[in-house]
Ligand binder design. Structure first.
Ligand code: NAP
Length: 328
């Protein structure tokens, strides 16, 4: 636990592409930023580095002609920030007061800090269906996970059939990844057309190991505590009939929820829960001195490159706002 009476110029909450880019820019503007990078926790899906920590190859970030692993890329972002005047607290922010100035916050290990400006870049976390059986088999490596990259290489999935739930780019990416290990990968989608981009969808449809389970929803994860997942009960959305699909694992890829709970409603959100910016072309929120960047505000693009761009804008906006307040 640590705390000081020092009022920081700027605190950055979150350590994905937006957070680290904001840190690099803020440090180079002499703002000596403090980054709350998060920490793995059972209560929370956020991890330091954000969603790219769950990604394999990133092929669309300019500057890496041969692609780069997501975790390796986030390590590089972090190292680049630490080359400058950036300090890091490895805690999740659990409380924040944006009503009084200077703003103040507290981490889950007891560190407290205050700042004149705050940049929120806490990203978004994976969604779950909310079934009891899904929750049950999520524990203890029994076969349900939202991260093929983290768990896909486990022996229980090797040369066995597995399932991915979802129809977007993430579902296709997870399914493609699992074809390296599993004997077959069943994509369970509630409609008869993938939401994924055309090129990704075609890759899935062309892959001999991928089987599409169209118009299907998950009713129950089947199995027991010894064997883990042994199958899924699916319902056909058209005929309403149920069927059992034998698999040893299920990977959830049904989208994400922005990580805003710690804000306790102090900033406005849209109907999907994403933070609302005061001006969509900038990073300003309805509270002067509070800026937001990355997937926590972006339900449209959600790319590493756009998040990094927003992090840059937030640092520049914070720098200019602080200068207007006479804080440089
Ligand atoms: P997404 O595009 O929102 O897709 C979520 C999928 O899950 C949809 O197919 C949706 O079905 C399904 N779904 C949602 N809730 C469900 C529920 N309760 N039960 C069953 N199915 C449900 O999310 P995403 O795939 O995570 O992608 C998010 C963003 O990241 C997108 O912009 C995507 O392009 C981007 N992304 C890009 C890459 C890449 O370029 N390499 C990789 C991953 C993600 P419906 O289609 O019926 O709504």
């Amino acid at each position: 636990m640590s705390s000081s009476n020092q009022v920081e110029k700027v605190i950055i909450v979150g350590s994905g592409p937006a957070g680290w880019t904001a840190a690099i820019y803020a440090a180079r503007a002499n703002l000596n930023p403090l980054v709350f990078e998060g920490a793995p926790s059972s209560k929370n899906e956020m991890i330091p580095g954000g969603q790219l920590m769950y990604t394999t190859e990133v092929e669309n970030y300019p500057g890496f002609p041969n692609g780069i692993d997501g975790p390796e890329m986030m390590q590089a972002f972090r190292e680049q920030a630490l080359r400058f005047d950036v300090r890091v607290v490895s805690e999740n922010v659990t409380e924040i007061d944006l009503k009084n100035r200077p703003f103040s916050l507290a981490g889950d290990e007891g560190t407290t800090a205050s700042a004149n400006a705050i940049i929120i870049s806490t990203g978004a976390s994976a969604n779950w269906l909310g079934l009891e059986s899904e929750k049950h088999f999520r524990m203890g490596g029994l076969g349900v996970t939202a991260c093929a990259t983290c768990d896909g290489a486990f022996p229980r999935f090797r040369d066995k059939p597995v399932a991915v739930v979802g129809g977007g780019d993430s579902a296709v990416e997870e399914a493609m990844f699992m074809t390296k290990f599993a004997s077959s990968v069943h994509i369970i989608h509630r409609r008869d057309k993938l939401r994924a981009s055309k090129i990704m969808a075609q890759r899935a449809l062309d892959n001999d190991k991928i089987v599409m389970e169209w118009n299907s929803t998950l009713e129950e994860v089947l199995g027991d505590d010894k064997a883990g997942v042994t199958g899924l009960r699916l319902r056909d959305t058209k005929s309403r009939e149920t069927r059992e699909l034998p698999v040893t694992g299920m990977f959830l890829a049904i989208g994400h929820t922005p990580n805003t709970a710690f804000l306790n409603g102090q900033l406005d959100t849209d109907e999907k829960g994403y933070l609302e910016l005061e001006d969509p072309y900038r990073s300003t929120t309805k509270i002067e001195g509070v800026f937001a960047a990355g997937d926590v505000v972006d339900s449209v693009y959600r790319q590493a490159i756009t998040a990094a761009g927003m992090g840059c804008k937030a640092a520049i906006d914070a720098e200019r706002w602080l200068a207007d307040q006479g804080i440089e």
